[in-house]
Design a protein around this ligand. Structure first.
Ligand code: ATP
Length: 451
């Protein structure tokens, strides 16, 4: 609790009564001191005298970033100023007490205020839990790579380390972030997620760090940044590779010093936030290209967690597919479909440029289209199926990539046809002379009798 009262006797009396009820109390004597304290720290309940040496206590309700928005405010008013108190309640004060008051009265009002603050906190928590329940949060998979990932999550979960989660799109990076948060000591505090790619530069900054009223055109009121919202909890910055240099500099400061500054403000605030980040980019390459700050990279990459692409863990597909089919059935309110062995085989041979998210889409389509409770065949996008790795990197030599792919397709097909050139050419849709030309071009040699 924060108590703002300039009369020493009254301050002592209030402290005496409330400490008896187990409240922890911080006292100040003026509005100015109160504001400074509130800039550094949040309180559940704020009990303020209305008549303070430097102004009216109810002004706290209007000050940026203070009482009204973060704590439950109770006003102490002199006898005869009840109208003032009622007006303050309209502005968001929780209750008021008229001096002189009975100790019991004080304790009862503060107890209710504390309960209100507690409810508010629980409400926030509940909202987080509901969000987390959207998926059951479990990372499905039976393979060794998923087992290693789970083990790593368990280890970093217990710490407060900044974790950089990398992996292709749809591999489950957000799921990993949720799992880490859930295992941490911050699990009962908020997990706040921001997609850095979804917001333009300046908006991202004000979203993360907040802004004061009037900080820029359109900033018509104070806004708390998500760093403040995530106080004592976890902030998950998705697609961090897309951050502008400006935002990167501010993020670096927040991580290095544990302080943030709202746009348009000169006051820096302490924040206690654990940061998790994800990107589908190779950040080291972004550093080399001068698009990502090196100092920030080294701060982020303390504990890298890599989520492997789905095509490298086909052994996980049976379990994942089963789980996703149940999820789909419940989402679409339809009976659970099962997979025929043939369909499962098709799924395990596909390369999934969109990873688990794509697997889910494929299954959802199959569920909707299949009249049978058993899915015999899934409709996989053939164009991508024939492409070696459709996730296009930041820069590439397309001609070389195509040549490599062509060579690899020919070698694979020759393997399948046990080196029979004519058969391989037929299956690849090539003429015999084309095939001869390409074998020479790629220096593919065949056993004498076959070539
Ligand atoms: N191992 C897994 N077990 C269960 N569900 C998974 C698993 N991996 C991914 N999913 C599901 O796949 C979908 C995509 O996962 P998620 O959003 O975490 O991917 P992402 O890597 O963060 O994607 P992006 O890079 O596009 O943000 C989600 O619905 C998630 O629940």
């Amino acid at each position: 609790m924060l108590v703002i009262e300039d009369e020493p006797n009254m301050r002592r009396l209030i402290g005496l009564h409330l400490r008896q009820d187990g409240h922890t109390i911080h006292s100040v004597e003026s509005l100015r001191e109160a504001q400074q304290t509130l800039e550094q720290q949040d309180f559940d309940v704020i009990l303020t005298d209305q008549k303070l040496p430097d102004g009216e206590g109810s002004r706290l309700l209007e000050m940026p970033g203070s009482a009204g928005s973060t704590g439950t405010v109770v006003l102490l008013t002199a006898f005869g100023t009840v109208e003032l108190a009622v007006e303050a309640m309209r502005k968001g004060a929780f209750d008021f007490l008229t001096k002189p008051f009975a100790a019991d009265n004080l304790r009862a009002v503060i107890a209710r205020a504390a309960q209100h603050a507690q409810l508010r906190r629980e409400n926030l928590l509940l909202r987080n839990t509901v969000e987390a329940l959207e998926g059951d949060g479990e990372i499905y998979g039976t393979g060794t790579r998923i087992a290693a990932l789970r083990e790593l999550i368990r280890r970093v979960g217990r710490t407060d380390a900044t974790v950089l989660i990398t992996g292709e799109t749809g591999t489950g990076k957000e799921l990993v972030a949720r799992a880490i948060h859930k295992l941490s000591a911050r699990a009962t505090k908020p997990l706040v997620t921001v997609n850095c790619a979804a917001l333009p530069d300046t908006l991202l900054e004000s979203e993360l760090f907040g802004h004061e009223k009037g900080a820029f055109t359109g900033a018509d009121r104070l806004r708390h940044g998500l760093f403040e919202t995530a106080h004592q909890g976890t902030l998950f910055l998705d697609e961090v590779g897309e951050m502008s240099p400006n935002a990167q500099a501010k993020l670096l400061r927040a991580l290095a010093e544990g302080k943030i500054t709202r746009l348009g403000s000169s006051v820096s605030r302490d924040v206690d936030v654990r940061v998790l980040l994800a990107t589908h980019r190779n950040l080291l390459r972004e550093v080399e290209a001068g698009r990502f700050r090196q100092d920030l990279y080294y701060r982020l990459a303390v504990v890298p967690v890599e989520v492997p692409p789905l095509r490298e863990r086909a052994e996980d597909i049976p379990v994942l597919a089963k789980h996703l089919l149940q999820q789909i059935a419940s989402d679409l309110k339809m009976p659970v479909r099962t997979l025929h062995a043939k369909a499962l085989k098709e799924l395990q041979e596909y390369r999934y440029p969109g990873n688990v998210r794509e697997l889910r889409n494929v299954l959802e389509r199959a569920c909707i289209l299949s009249a049978d409770p058993v899915i015999f065949s899934v409709n996989l996008p053939t164009a991508s199926a024939a492409t070696p790795n459709p996730a296009v990197p930041e820069e590439m030599d397309l001609r070389k990539a195509l040549a490599d792919w062509e060579k690899s397709a020919i070698v694979q097909m020759l393997g399948r046809t046990h080196g029979r050139k004519a058969e391989a050419a037929r299956r690849l849709g090539l003429s015999k002379s084309d095939m001869t030309y390409k074998l020479a071009k790629y220096e593919i040699s065949l056993p004498e009798e076959e070539s």
